[in-house]
Each structure stands twice: as structure tokens, then as C-alpha cells.
Design a protein around this ligand. Sequence first.
Ligand SMILES: C[S@@+](CC[C@H](N)C(=O)[O-])C[C@H]1O[C@@H](n2cnc3c(N)ncnc32)[C@H](O)[C@@H]1O
Length: 502
Amino acid sequence: MEGEEENRLYFGDNLDILQRYIASESVDLVYLDPPFNSDATYNVLFREHNGTDAAAQIRVFEDTWHWDLSAARAYQETVEAGGKVSEALQAFRKLVGDSDMLAYVSMMAPRLKELHRVLKPTGSIYLHCDPTASHYLKLLMDAVFVGGFQSEVIWSYRRWPTKTKNYQHMHDILLYYVKGRPPVFNVLYEPASESFLHRFKGKANILDKGATKKRPSEKDTPGLPMRDVWEISIIAGSSKERLGYPTQKPLALLERVIEVSSNRDQVVLDPFCGCGTTIDAAQKLGRGWIGIDITHLAINLLRHRLCDAYGEGIYKTFTVIGEPTTVSDARVLAERDRYQFQWWALGLVGARPAETKKGADKGIDGRLYFHDDPGSQKTKQIVFSVKAGKPSVAHVRDLRGVVEREQAEMGVMISMLSPTKDMRTEAANAGFYESSWGKHPRIQLLTISDLLAGKHIDMPPATGANVTFKKGRKNSPDSPLQMRLRETEEGYGADSELNLYR
Ligand SMILES: C[S@@+](CC[C@H](N)C(=O)[O-])C[C@H]1O[C@@H](n2cnc3c(N)ncnc32)[C@H](O)[C@@H]1O
């Protein structure tokens, strides 16, 4: 890897992480897919124990910025720093007033400036957005990457039509800019249409002159240089690739970006990495990578995704930074954000957060599903209660009740503080769950300190027993690029002379 850097996954706000940890001119390619200001709140879908996806009402992130004090502060700081970005923000304010759109661009401005700083002079950046904000973001990018505009790539897809008295929205936009010159740009080709092959008999590609008598077969020609309109299917509901992360992008899209704008061993950064499509694609294509996300859910999904695709050995090849590593870090997290603390704590034991729908899953903070009977494949479960504050014997009693109500095999309480003697007695009175591996306490009390010291849940140890997270795809060896392109391209209507590209 260039610079011998290890791959890194950061938990935290990308502005802070970029400023604190990422060196200037150290990255070759940035892809970012920030929340779109579309006023949606996303929920992560998890795999239910019966194999279906359940809409666990877990808010991943608010896809909205409101014009509030922190937006006003971000605006002020960028404006006071001066320069073109400052002028752009002031112009936006005149245009859109103190609106959520102004909050959005004010939040993006300092992040884009940081991304400019960390890119190498030959680096490229792709900003993924949609028509809600693309016109504002393009002006902002013009201000940050002065003279760097290269292309506006349209990612075109088809999906089930929605009820609207407007055109169906079926494309996203990737604003492609470079920092300086010459950027890495590996020309890719897409298959030519039948009519083109017929008309330009024998030309190796569209740029060649002269012709032969024999009509070329598709394999004789590299095809046509790729357009800025990409037909790539969205991830279907039934697709193996789908992990349930609401804004997950197709791997094929990210593979294309990475293949065009970076070379092997170069470093790819995704500061809004979500469930890690960019990271997966970079790993697959032999690039180094850096991922950042602000939720523990995303970081946990990404860990599982990498392990599913590349095996457990992958864990040795990257570092996770920003997660609590000491009890006092954990306390700070618990005080700052109870949900993030829960997600992080549940991630330590491979469990997933429970639904937070009103009335549902009362008394349960997380679940872990497991198989311990190869003969029947029956799914069994452990329910979790996570206590950031002071735990009591009443909490243990409640957990016993939940285990019975849910017909779960075991219940685990994870707490910041050590359990009292009464709590231990109450837990011991719950008895054992018996598997072919032995007896496992039905109620287990673990502290954060236990978990950080490497203590595990006492549960059946079979490999693959934990089936809590939806399995990602197993990595398969690269198929030839053109084949992959063909698989993802969709037809474009009649085969006319103008229809050179399919
Ligand atoms: C649109 S999703 C990215 C999806 C991703 N491309 C994928 O394929 O999974 C945006 C992500 O940005 C994260 N995010 C939002 N604000 C952030 C911030 N300030 N710093 C870091 N990550 C942030 C969210 O948690 C979410 O996972």
C-alpha cells in the first residue's frame, strides 16, 4: 500500500475526524454520499429470526439539517474564513434565506474544504447527490475545487413507479471533480450496440479510422468509451447484496468509480461510509481505504459485511478508531448519547438493537439469534437489556420476565456499573439453558468493563451460531470488467443509428 498505511474505520463526525486524523494530501480518491436533505428519517432493516426483513424502527440518522444554532455557527465560521466558499455561502443566504437548504450547504462547506485538503494534487472526488440539492452543491464544489469540474455523472436506475403528477424520479447525480492535474482516469468501455457494430465494420473502437470487410464480433472490440450516463440497477429487495441499510448503494456503482479514478494500492476515502459499499469495493479491487461514519450501527454492519465477504482474517487488516476502548470512554458515550451507547455495547457482543416502535419489544434493548442444533436449524434467541445508569434487582427481575414472555433461551444485562449481590442472586435463581455444549446461565450479568476485558456471553460456541445480522455476499474473484458492465447495463429502446450505446 502506498505510504504503508493500514486501512482505517473511524466512528465519529467526519468534520472532526478529518481535522484530527487525516493528513493533508494523503488520499487519492474521495467518494461521498451525504444524507440528501430529503427530509426523511431512515430505519435500518434487520433480519428477523424467521428469515424475513423486519422494519426495526431504529433511527439511523436524521436526513435533515435545520437552520438552528449549530447551522448558524457553521455558516458563520465558513463566512468568516473568507475566500470563494465564503462568497458562495453568502450568495446562498441571499437566495434561500435562513432555510434548511442553507443549513445543509453550511454543513457541507467545511467538510468539502477538508476533503480538498486531504486529497493529493492528482486526486479525484465524487459527490453523490440528487436533484434536491445538486444545483447548490455544484456551486459549492465550484467554489472549493476551483476549475476542477470534470463531469456530472447520471446514475440512472429503474424502480417501481410512485404516485406523482411529475416525472418519475429515477436518477441520482455524481459530481466528479479533480483537485489538480493530471488525475488518474482509467478509460472504461461499454459494449457497442448492434447497429454500431454493423455500421462501423471492423473498427477496433470509435476512435479508429479505416475499416475491414469482416464485421467484428463483440470480443474484437473494446467497445465505446464510457458515457456519463450509467445504467446500474438499484439493489433489489431480494438481492443477496442487500444488507438492510436504507441508503445502501450498489457495489457495481462504487466499483466503477474506483476503477476509473484510482489505481491499485491507492487510498480511497468515504467520509459518510454507511454500511460500507465503498469500503467493500475498495477492498475487492486492492485499494487502501478509510471509512468514517457517525453511527455505531453503520460501523457494526460494515464489520459484519467485510467478515462475510473476506473472512475473519480481514479483522487483522484494519483498525477501528473512535470507539470507546476504556470504561471512561464508554461513560462519556453513555452520557452523550444513550442510543449510540446501546448500539456500541450491543455491537461488542454481536447483538442487534431491538425495535423502538411504541409498545413493541418492551423491556428489550437488543437481540441475538443463534443456531445450536445443526439437525433442526431452529433459531433461538438471547434478549438484552443495556443499562447506562445504575442497575437494580428490579431490572434483573424484569429481564427474567421478558425472557419468559419472549420464550427466549437466555437474557443478558450489560451495565456500566457492577451488579449488586442481590442482582447476582436473582440472576442465579433463573437457572440454566441446556445445550449439547453444556449449561449456560439463563440470566447473565456483564459489565462494560468485563466486555472490554474480552469476556464473552456464556452461550453455545458453534461456529456460525450467531445469525443475527443479515449475511452479506461472499467475495467472488473478479469477473472481467466488460462482463460486469454488460450485466448491469439495461437497454435503451430502439436500435437506431444514433443508438451507438445500448
Ligand atoms: C446516505 S448514507 C451512506 C450510504 C453508503 N453510501 C452505503 O452504501 O451504505 C449517509 C451516511 O452518513 C452518515 N453520516 C451522517 N452525518 C455524518 C457525519 N457528520 N459524519 C459521519 N457520518 C455521517 C450516516 O450515519 C449514514 O450512514
